[in-house]
Design a protein around this ligand. Sequence first.
Ligand code: PHE
Length: 350
Amino acid sequence: MNELDTLVDRARNDFAQAATPADLENAKARYLGKAGRITELMKGMGALSVDEKKSLGASINLAKQAIEAALAERRQALADAEMQTQLKAEALDVTLPGRQRGAGGLHPVSLTLERIEAIFGSMGFDVAEGPEIESDWFNFTALNTPEDHPARSMHDTFYVEGGSAKAPNLLRTHTSPMQIRHAVQHVKRHRAAIDADAGMPEIRVIAPGRTYRVDSDATHSPMFHQCEGLWIGENVSFKDLKVVFTDFCRTFFENDDLVLRFRPSFFPFTEPSAEIDIQFPTGPLAGRWLEVAGSGQVHPNVVRNMGLDPERYIGFAFGMGPDRLTMLRYGVNDLRLFFDGDVRFLSQFR
Ligand code: PHE
């Protein structure tokens, strides 16, 4: 093996030993750099004859090409290795599902409220909303429930700051305060006609919203929903209550065979009063009476607090539980599921 072949072999070896691109460039300099072995051999040819230059030059060139080829090969190998490590480090699992923005949907109770509003809307009822922090007057006193009235203990009330010791503020325990609030506004708007004995347009309104009581189990939540209904005119009777509410329930549950029962009860703000129960003719709940609302003919004292003459204006009110209606409609047995915020549960109603 001549000197050039040995040189090429050594270069190949050195290149193979180089573990990084920087090592490789250092190794290259030893052969092909300004002071490298090949360069020195070329310089050393100056003293030779023309023929010797020709043959030695050709051999040196071959050696140089062989070394350059080995260098290029090693460069590529190092670059490939580098790429492999990088790919491993930044591995992307392209089989993972992409991140999606899930389609939202209305809460099941919101769906029920929308349904209630649509049905009563079709019967000519307005929709009104009122404050959840309420005064003692609207929540109790104006509804014929004076201080120390035993009926107040039927509602486990959350009291909040504000108001006075005699008339504290509270979280409304029902939507019935909206009977007064809405009627007072309505009467104010039509005061002139009422005083001129020309009568007023009927009050026909529902008032859905959040209500609060100190209560918590599978069928009670400290925050729950109610929807109040009020119809006041000159000739609105208990019969109208039965017709309107029966129609509502049958439409809501899409079942014309649904049976209703008006069970005598007591509320300070209605007289007579009735609890409304429904019964499904078929299905898993068939045969059971299920309470869905309180109701009654509006008490004369309440009509007076609306600013109207109870000798002339009468009507009915009801307060139903949209949470209960939602449970019955979808067959949900624990009210708390509605308010836990678990998307696995809620997304079923989309
Ligand atoms: N406010 C009553 C309750 O929460 C329900 C009701 C409303 C009863 C209107 C009669 C009339 O229990």
